[in-house]
Each structure stands twice: as structure tokens, then as C-alpha cells.
Design a binder for this molecule. Structure first.
Ligand SMILES: Nc1ncnc2c1ncn2[C@@H]1O[C@H](COP(=O)(O)OP(=O)(O)O)[C@@H](O)[C@H]1O
Ligand SMILES: [Mg+2]
Length: 910
């Protein structure tokens, strides 16, 4: 009988009802041990009539097996695997160890969503994930990814997790409820229903002292002494609850016969509830099923449907925690011995390791095998295996090697805090120069990321010196990573010398060392204003990148962007995005989409930029890529600033600031706020924000065509009448623009010159260059400045022509700030320009725009779903919205409408 929890049950009922209507959702139930989380999940399963139920849970364990939680959830629906896109099916088979394959972890995430939505096509689906704080990290990430991409499949996902545990990061931002203690009334009813014979005083004392924790309320009466039960003696304070409950369970365990306790210890040490498996291990210790009976009668375990359920996870903790180390090792030894089949190779290695009393090379080597199999599938599982393997390694050199492997794996999953101490141990133990290089190289990079520049320089310099002379590529890699620390230490000449050396060592090598050295050397030169030489190096990096390797191709696209070649940059990046979608692996997609967004923004295709960054931000969040998410959110802020959408921009900036903090970094100053101020006509604010960015040297990211703040600061100076400052800066910018030879930079320089001097000829020349550049947003900004000049010259008719043209573009793009500025100028010519009535506008969301574009390209809903890592049902819903908002009635009509337009949401009009 469930007591209380009315609000929680209603929330769960709503979730289930929505799933039955086809609307998916996820809900996280948080609460301390014993608060009633599992009870609520059970209740949901019982009320989920007509729904399919998939269930999994985490086990408390020393070991971590990649995707063990996921396989439990998906086992009943694996027959559907062949219906998934091939790459995802293969990745899932590999992850679930159904067959050996190169596992792409991101394809596993996508495949998880795919499999769940295929299942939900038969009937609404209830997914229950209990004790998520103990799930292996790969499973938690895959299931969380699926939950964040839910839409209209008819899936209800219910998670239970303890209040303060690591999974809270994976589940961050999903809707959640937190279980508090039962109310006094409810607690009273629970105690009475569990034990009628307690004295009223004792009952009241329990209610008060347990804080309404249901498990404590039910369990503690059983351990009270007779005088405590009838109220003659006060009960010891049973708070905090978990330790008290552990002690209570411990006392009950103490009353069991030895064999029962040994069999329970095996059940506690193994990470499955499967009775056959437990008994097989027990048999090796001479234990059998009858030894469970006493424990069952004592209410500590429940045997049902071939499963051995412990009364509560705290029972497991009590059993394991109270056993002496010798008995624990014996249990693990028995478990290892019972796991003979090929499928259990990783499990067996872990249990053998936990059974080892002293370092043992054979055991350590087996565990190292677990680590290398987990690499790429689950870096955390790999890290834990390597770390434990190192601990069990007798020989110093081997131990150091495994420590470095563990550290590299921790670093791969973003846990530099865990990596650092292992690396220090490795340096203490190690002798081989190659190993010391690896350790100090990584230590140096970690120190730099942690803001310890000086220390990082010492480490990296030493690492570079150690590299044997016959491995120049390795030395180049280390040196390339030393460039940024030198720059950040303010030593530009050392930075340049280091970059140059890296470049010389790697030139012609044709691999990643050459790419990185070229990129870093280009950065230093760009930083110093040596624009052409920088561009040459970036293009060189681009040329080295291998076309089949999407990661290097992405770097190619970035290099092209840095060199100012937007056309080719966008071609390359679009190719990367298309390939990521087609292969069904979203891992690189947020990064590639964001890079594409940068290019689109600079080409003036601002709606396309928003579309790319919006998808990148969502995907990065679901994939657990906080850095990529931050970049995408900053991209969204920048585009909103360009358009003069103040609320949007500030919202994104706030999200970005929070993301910076959670990454533990200082926020870089950037041009976003200044850009926004200019776009909404707050000229003085714009100058104040942008001026600090002008200080020499100009940041490398802005090195060539962009100099994103320069033309904007110039415009602000001109608008504020600060001509002298404008003149000084303009000369620098003109020199740069001339040298770059690009229409984009030259158009901007001419626009600024025209505005500063009030020169019609210069405006005409700028517009001629705009025809070449084909950036309608920047062209409209030039038209606005031109129109404003003509108005001041009292040439009203000519002014109106320019201003109307500008306004049409700004309105179409939703550049509200610029549109307002243009309207003000038009009004000053005597023309009443009406504001667009926002209530008639029903804009497509960025996601709807993406769906529309892909559908228009001739793909089916299922194909679109696979490319966007969403389910077909969700695509169907988006498409319905697209049809309603645009008045388009068929896919063919949509295709016709979009055929000739580069910028989909503009073509679809609103
Ligand atoms: N609302 C409730 N009404 C009655 N009993 C409850 C309630 N919530 C929890 N319990 C009891 O407390 C025990 C512990 O709850 P459980 O759901 O296992 O906690 P958790 O999963 O949060 O650790 C359950 O076995 C059940 O007997
Ligand atoms: Mg529970």
C-alpha cells in the first residue's frame, strides 16, 4: 500500500497519460536512500496498463563494465536491431558485446534512441531506470541522450537517482522531482501498518527522528529492544538515516547462519540479480539455494521469477561492508571461477582483480585487456580498468605505463582531476623516456588548462627535450602544444620560435603533427599581424588533411575560414555535416555545425547560422559535450547580437556565462555585447564594449577577413562623431583589407571610409563590391548608412530608395534592431514606415526549418529522422507545424518553394 506521495503520483500519471497520447517525456525522481524512489517506479509499472515496460538499474560495484546497464534495458527488444540504420545497429551490437566491432559510442547513443522509438511504434513504452547513480557511465549517457531527444514517439522515461551523485550531471536539466520525507500523519500511518504493537510514544519518536524516511520507518521498529518498543527506554537517535539503517540491517545479518551470509556476500559482490548465476558461483563454495531460505524468512531477500532481490540496496551495502576482506576476496574468486564463457571475459577479469590480495602480473594484464576493449566505447570504464590494473602490477615500468594509460583515459572523459595524480605517480616510477614524455606532455596540457601557465611551460619544455631524435613528429606534437602557453605567458618571440621549430620538424610528414604545427604557427603569425604568411600556413594545414577523415576535414574548414575563404570553408564544412548525418554518428556534428554557423554568419546567412548553432547546442547537450555546447550558445548570442535581438542575445549570453563557470574557466572578453549595442543604436555602449578589443595585438581568431569588431567599432565612432579615432583605426583596417584583397574586407573598409567622409562615390564603390560579395545583410547595412547620408544631404527621394531596400532585407531576416534604425531614418525623410505586426508572424523554429529543408530535398521522414538523430514521429510532428505555419500543403510544394533559395526560413516567409 502506497501512503502519501499524491503530487508525485500525479506527475507520473501525467507522464504516462502523455505517452499514451504519443507525447514522450522524461522525469527524474531524486531522493535519499529509502525515500521511496523504487516504490514509485514499481507503482508506475503497475499502473502502466497497455504499455510495454523496459527496465534497468545500476548496481553498486567496484568495477565498471561498459554498457552493462544498457544491455539490460534493451535485451527484450534486440530483435529490432536489423531495422536500425546499419552503422547504429553495428555500434549497438559492438557495445552490447553481441559481436566484435569498432564501437562508435555516439552511434550507440543514436541507436538507443532509434531502438526505443521503434519499440514505441508497437505500443506506448514505459522505460524505468532505477538507481541511475550506479549505472555505468556509458549506459547513463546513452539513455540520457535518448531522453533528451524524445518527441512524439509515446515514450515515458522514469529515472530514479540519489540526490547528490555524479549522474546528476548527465541528467542535468531533465524535469525532476525530489522526494522529501513523508508528512507526520503519513509516517504515523506507515509505522502503524508495519508494526501495530509499538507504544504511541515510541511511534511518535520514530516519526520525528526518521524525518519521514519510509525505509527507516518500516525497518527500525524491528531492531528496537523490548523496553524501547513499549516506551520505557528512549531510542537512540536514528539520524542520519543511512548509517543507522546500515547498522540495523547489519544486526539482522549477524543473526544468520554462516553459509547464508557467505551466499548473500556472493549476491552482494556480483552485479546481477540473476539467481542461476549467483547459485553457480555459490556452488563452487559449497553453498546452495537452501541457504537463502533463512534470509528470505528474515525479510532480507526476495526470491522471485528467477531473480534474487535484496530488500533494499542498503542491504547489499551492509553485507559487503561488514564482510572481512578475506571473505570478500573469496566471494569474488568464486564469482570469477563461475564465469567461464567468452562473453563474460571482462566481468571475469574484474572479479579476478577484486579477488587478488597482492600485485599479480597475470591478473593485471587481463584487466588491461578490459581497458583496451573499453577504449572508445566507454573511456570511464577504460580508465577504471587501467587504474586498477596499474595497482596490481608488480614491475615499476609496467605499472607506470598502465598509470599513463589510465590517465589518458580519464583525460578523454574530461576528468583531468583524476588523471593528474596518476601521471605524477607515473613520472616518479617511470624510466623509459617515451613514457616520461607522454606523462609530462599530458601533465603540461592539464596544467595549462588549469591556468598554471608557468608550470605547464616547464613540463612541456622538458617533455619536448626528452623526445628521442628519431621521432621528430612526436617532438612536433609536444612543441605545437607549447605555443599557446608561450602566447599566454606573453612571450611572443618564444611562441614563434617554438611554432617554427614544430613546423620544421613536421613539414612533409603528412600526418596530424604537420596539421597541428601548421595551424599553431599560422596562429602566432596571425597574432603578430603577418596575415599572408598565416593564411599560407592555414591553407597548408587544410591541404594536409585527409578527405576521408572527418575530423581533419573539419580542421580544414576552420583553416579556410581563418584564411578568409568563406566559400570554400562552407563547402568543406557542409560536406562534413552531411557525412556525419549520413553515417549516423552525431559525435562530431555539434563541432562541425558550429564551425559552419560561424561561416554562415560571416556570409550574412544569419538564419542558416542560427539553425546550425541551435542544432549544435541541443545535440551537444544531449551528447554531454559541454565545450561544444558553450561554443554553439556563444554562436547563437553572436548572431542575435548581429540581428539586434536584445532579449535573445542576453538570454544566450547568460547561458554561456553559466556554461563557462561550470567548465571552471574565466570568460573571454568578446565582441558580442558591443555588437548588440551597435545593432540597437546604443552607440556609446558599443564603443565602450568594443574598444578594449582593439588593443594590440589583435586576437588570432579575428586575424584576417573577420576582424569582427573592427568595422563595427569604426561605425560606432562615426555615428558618435568621434572622427579622429575613426580615422586612426580606419587606416589600419584599410591596410589589412587591401592586403587581403578580398571583396568582403574591401567592401567593409570602403563603407567605413564613405560614412566617415560623407562620400557618395565611396558608397557607390562599396555597393559595387557588395555585388561581388553577395552578403545581403552587410549590403543592407551599407545601404542604411548611405541612406542616412543622403537624408542629411536633403536628397529625400534617393535616401528613401536606399532605406527601403535596407528595410526589406532587415525585416525579412528578423534583424529587429537594424530594422528599427532604418525605420527611424525613413520617418525622418517624411515617409511613415510601419512596424511589422509581430502578432501575424508565426516563425518556424530553427529545428522546423531544418526539417523543412531536408524534407524538401526529397528524403522520407524516416531518413530525415536518422539524419537529425530524432525519431520519425517527431519529424512528422515538426512537418505538420511547418505545413500549418507556412500554408504549404504538400512535400512537393515545399520542395518547389525552397528550390531556389539558399536561406530556407526566408524563402518560406512568415
Ligand atoms: N509511499 C510509501 N508508502 C508506503 N511504503 C513506502 C512508501 N515509500 C517507501 N515505502 C517503503 O520503504 C521502503 C524503501 O523504499 P524504496 O522505494 O526502496 O526507497 P528508495 O528506492 O528511495 O531507496 C520500501 O520497501 C517500502 O516498503
Ligand atoms: Mg531504490
Amino acid at each position: 500500500m502506497l501512503i502519501g506521495r499524491h503530487d508525485e503520483q500525479r506527475a507520473i500519471d501525467d507522464l504516462l497519460a502523455a505517452a499514451r497520447r504519443g507525447e514522450s517525456g522524461a522525469l527524474v525522481v531524486r531522493g535519499d536512500a529509502g525515500m521511496g524512489k523504487t516504490t514509485l517506479l514499481d507503482q508506475a509499472a503497475a499502473t502502466g496498463e497497455g504499455m510495454q515496460v523496459l527496465r534497468t538499474r545500476g548496481f553498486e560495484s567496484e568495477s565498471e563494465l561498459a554498457f552493462s546497464g544498457l544491455i539490460e534495458a534493451l535485451r527484450p527488444v534486440l530483435d529490432d536491431l536489423p531495422r536500425l540504420p546499419e552503422r547504429q545497429a553495428a555500434a549497438l551490437r559492438g557495445a552490447l558485446a553481441l559481436e566484435a566491432s569498432d564501437t562508435d559510442v555516439y552511434a550507440v547513443y543514436a541507436g538507443t534512441l532509434g531502438l526505443l522509438s521503434l519499440t514505441a511504434e508497437r505500443a506506448p513504452l514505459l522505460l524505468l531506470i532505477d538507481d541511475a547513480h550506479w549505472l555505468d557511465s556509458g549506459s547513463a549517457a546513452a539513455l540520457a541522450f535518448a531522453c533528451r531527444r524524445l518527441g512524439n514517439e509515446g515514450i515515458a522515461a522514469l529515472w530514479a537517482t540519489r540526490t547528490t551523485e555524479p549522474t546528476s550531471v548527465v541528467l542535468d536539466g531533465l524535469p525532476s522531482i525530489t522526494l522529501a520525507g513523508l508528512t507526520d500523519d503519513e509516517a504515523l500511518r506507515l509505522v502503524v501498518s508495519a508494526d501495530r504493537d509499538l507504544s504511541p510514544e515510541t511511534t511518535r519518536a520514530l516519526v520525528e527522528l526518521t524525518g519521514g524516511n519510509p525505509l527507516a520507518l518500516v525497518e527500525l521498529p524491528g531492531v528496537l529492544t523490548p523496553p524501547q518498543r513499549d516506551g520505557r527506554q528512549p531510542i537512540e537517535e536514528p539520524l542520519p538515516t543511512s548509517p543507522t539503517l546500515l547498522a540495523a540491517f547489519g544486526r539482522r545479518l549477524g543473526g544468520l547462519p554462516e553459509e547464508s551470509r557467505r551466499l548473500l556476500l556472493i549476491a552482494a559482490a556480483i552485479d546481477t540479480a540473476d539467481l542461476t548465476t549467483i547459485l553457480r558461483a555459490g556452488a563452487l563454495e559449497g553453498l546452495h539455494e537452501s541457504h537463502l531460505e533463512v534470509a528470505e524468512r528474515a525479510g532480507l531477500v526476495v526470491v522471485e521469477d528467477g531473480l534474487l532481490g535484496l530488500r533494499h540496496p542498503l542491504v547489499r551495502a551492509a553485507i559487503y561492508g561488514s564482510a572481512d576482506p578475506v571473505a570478500r576476496r573469496a566471494a569474488h574468486r568464486a564469482i570469477a571461477a563461475s564465469l567461464a564463457d567468452e562473453q563474460s571475459i571482462d566481468r571475469r577479469a574484474w572479479h579476478r582483480a577484486l579477488a587478488a590480495a597482492a600485485p599479480d602480473e597475470a591478473v593485471a594484464a587481463e584487466l588491461e585487456g578490459v581497458g583496451s576493449r573499453a577504449e572508445g566505447r566507454s573511456w570511464q570504464a577504460a580508465a577504471r580498468a587501467y587504474e586498477q590494473a596499474a595497482r596490481l602490477t608488480p614491475a615499476r615500468g609496467e605499472r607506470a605505463r598502465r598509470l599513463v594509460a589510465a590517465a589518458q583515459a580519464w583525460s578523454e572523459c574530461g576528468r583531468n582531476d583524476a588523471a593528474e595524480p596518476l601521471l605524477r605517480d607515473a613520472v616518479r616510477l617511470g624510466e623509459a623516456p617515451a613514457l616520461l614524455t607522454d606523462a609530462e606532455h599530458l601533465l603540461g596540457c592539464i596544467a595549462f588548462l588549469g591556468g598554471r601557465t608557468q608550470e605547464s611551460l616547464e613540463l612541456l619544455t622538458r617533455a619536448a627535450e626528452r623526445v628521442p631524435a628519431d621521432d621528430p613528429a612526436r617532438a612536433a606534437r609536444v612543441l605545437a602544444d607549447t605555443v599557446e602557453p608561450w602566447l599566454s605567458a606573453g612571450d611572443t618571440s618564444r611562441a614563434e620560435a617554438t611554432a617554427q621549430r614544430a613546423w620544421e620538424l613536421s613539414k612533409g610528414e603528412g600526418g596530424s603533427s604537420e596539421i597541428w604545427a601548421a595551424l599553431r604557427y599560422g596562429d602566432v603569425l596571425g597574432w603578430q599581424g603577418e596575415v599572408e604568411r598565416a593564411a599560407e600556413l592555414w591553407l597548408r594545414a587544410a591541404a594536409v588533411s585527409h578527405p576521408g577523415d572527418l575530423r581533419s576535414l573539419c580542421a580544414t574548414g576552420e583553416a579556410l575560414f581563418s584564411s578568409g575563404d568563406d566559400e570554400r570553408a562552407s563547402t568543406v564544412l557542409e560536406h562534413v555535416v552531411t557525412e556525419c548525418r549520413a553515417t549516423g554518428s552525431p559525435g562530431l556534428l555539434p563541432y562541425a555545425l558550429h564551425s559552419l554557423g560561424l561561416v554562415e554568419a560571416r556570409r550574412g546567412r544569419l538564419t542558416a547560422a542560427i539553425e546550425a548553432d541551435a542544432e549544435a547546442a541541443e545535440l551537444a547537450r544531449a551528447l554531454g559535450q559541454p565545450r561544444e555546447r558553450l561554443m554553439a550558445v556563444r554562436g547563437l548570442a553572436w548572431t542575435a547580437a548581429l540581428l539586434g535581438r536584445e532579449d535573445d542575445c542576453l538570454q544566450h549570453l547568460e547561458a554561456a556565462a553559466a556554461a563557462w563557470v561550470s567548465l571552471g574557466r574565466d570568460q573571454n572578453p568578446d565582441a558580442t555585447k558591443g555588437m548588440l549595442a551597435l545593432s540597437v543604436g546604443r552607440t556609446d555602449d558599443a564603443i565602450r564594449e568594443l574598444e578594449p578589443l582593439v588593443a594590440e595585438p589583435w586576437a588570432p581568431a579575428d586575424a584576417i577577413a573577420a576582424r569582427s569588431f573592427a568595422p563595427n567599432l569604426l561605425e560606432a565612432y562615426v555615428r558618435a562623431g568621434r572622427d579622429a579615432e575613426a580615422e586612426k583605426m580606419l587606416e589600419r583596417f584599410e591596410a589589412l583589407a587591401d592586403r587581403s584583397g578580398r571583396a568582403a574586407s574591401r567592401a567593409l573598409a570602403l563603407r567605413c571610409r564613405a560614412a566617415l567622409e560623407g562620400s557618395v562615390e565611396h558608397f557607390e564603390a562599396a555597393l559595387a563590391l557588395h555585388d561581388e560579395w553577395r552578403n545581403s545583410f552587410e549590403q543592407a547595412r551599407t545601404q542604411l548608412l548611405y541612406g542616412e547620408l543622403l537624408r542629411r544631404q536633403k536628397r529625400r527621394a534617393a535616401a528613401r530608395v536606399r532605406l527601403r531596400a535596407a528595410l526589406a532585407v532587415f525585416d525579412e531576416m528578423g534583424a529587429v534592431g537594424w530594422a528599427d534604425l532604418t525605420r527611424t531614418a525613413l520617418n525622418a525623410t517624411g515617409e511613415r514606415a510601419r512596424r511589422r505586426d509581430p502578432s501575424t508572424v508565426d516563425d518556424l523554429t530553427p529545428q522546423e526549418t531544418t526539417v523543412a529543408r531536408l524534407v524538401a530535398s526529397g528524403l522520407t521522414n524516416r531518413e530525415v529522422a536518422a539524419r537529425l538523430f530524432l525519431s520519425p514521429k517527431t519529424i512528422e510532428t515538426h512537418l505538420t507545424h511547418v505545413f500549418r505555419k507556412t500554408g504549404v500543403r504538400s512535400r512537393t510544394e515545399l520542395a518547389n518553394k525552397l528550390r531556389d533559395s539558399p536561406d530556407s526560413s526566408v524563402a518560406l516567409g512568415s
